[in-house]
Design a protein around this ligand. Structure first.
Ligand SMILES: C[S@@+](CC[C@H](N)C(=O)[O-])C[C@H]1O[C@@H](n2cnc3c(N)ncnc32)[C@H](O)[C@@H]1O
Length: 296
């Protein structure tokens, strides 16, 4: 990229990287992606890129940029290239072992904290399907030692990332490996259960963006081994109900258009006062329900 070995500047690097990403047709934000990648190799933030735009980018940095760009043009998410993603105001370590935290999932944290502040008796939270640990760590950090947070995931690899994130943010989270709520079956009187489970049916990846389908872990995306989404949510609801206190709340994320199915899974399990919540983009995103009435 540093044509003919001629040293070029940070600004040149942003320009050529933007063009390369744009031409590859990946994502909607080629300029932002380019700034993040060049900033990463040049160790500059976005303001620094402007202030030091005429600084020469060293050959070693060009080499690293070329390697990252080669991955970006295949659609690999920018968060994996940078090794971090922001969620609820904190930076989390992420790599191919975990789903990249999505801004819409912050709704789970808000709902959990609001229920805790207004209604919960118990200060125990469970985050099932924790992935990078973004939800569990955010709750633990926001409550700053006032809560017990237990998180599960079926992937040991994901739990390694989640542990690193708890350490990074200096919070205590108990991590337990296993299927849904089996690892926490000993718990009772939990105040809030949250979960952002996989919710794509079987191996039907037709609705997924290529960057997601080809790079994010399939265990994080697809409902396991032939089980239908509705049966999977049924298991989530039934098992969550077992651990909740009276009035305790389950908040579970789901895919677009799945609200009625998820609400009916909660109803069938015995939840009451069931409601759907939209995310900031106005998309149906979370269903909440209570073990007994009086929790809202
Ligand atoms: C959609 S990702 C969500 C990760 C994280 N909570 C977030 O919001 O970014 C789903 C996670 O559920 C885990 N998972 C999949 N099937 C599971 C199961 N049966 N029991 C527990 N965890 C499971 C995956 O390993 C993955 O980390």
């Amino acid at each position: 990229m540093s044509e003919g070995g001629v040293a070029t500047t940070v600004t040149d690097a942003v320009r050529s990287t933007t063009v390369a990403i744009d031409q590859a047709g990946v994502g909607d934000t080629p300029r932002l992606d380019a700034e993040l990648l060049v900033g990463h190799v040049a160790e500059l933030d976005r303001v620094g890129l402007r202030v030091h735009g005429d600084r020469t980018l060293e050959p070693e940095a060009w080499k690293r940029l070329d390697a990252l760009l080669g991955r970006r043009v295949t659609g690999e998410p920018i968060a994996y290239l940078l090794g971090t993603a922001w969620f609820y105001g904190r930076e989390f370590e992420v790599d191919r072992r975990v789903l990249v935290p999505r801004p819409e999932t912050e709704l789970l944290v808000e709902l959990a904290l609001t229920h805790f502040a207004d209604h919960a008796r118990s200060a125990t939270f469970v985050d099932a399907c924790t992935g990078s640990g973004c939800v569990a760590v955010s709750i633990a950090a926001e409550l700053d030692g006032r809560a017990r947070v237990v998180a599960t995931d079926i992937s040991e690899d994901a739990l390694d990332v989640a542990r690193a994130n708890a350490a990074r943010h200096g919070v205590e989270v108990e991590y337990r490996a296993g299927d849904l709520f089996e690892p926490v079956a000993d718990l009772r009187r939990v105040g809030v259960v949250v979960a952002n489970p996989p919710y794509v049916e079987g191996v039907d990846d037709s609705g997924l963006e290529a960057g997601v389908r080809d790079h994010e872990p399939h265990v994080a995306l697809f409902v396991p081994g032939g089980e239908g989404v509705s049966s999977f949510y049924g298991r989530i609801a039934t098992q969550a109900l077992q651990v909740l206190e009276d009035g305790g709340m389950l908040a579970v994320e789901h895919g677009e258009g799945q609200r009625a199915m998820v609400a009916s899974a909660l109803r069938a399990a015995g939840f009451v006062d069931i409601e759907g919540r939209d995310d900031l983009a106005g998309v149906d995103r979370v269903v909440i329900g209570y073990r007994t009435s009086g929790g809202q």
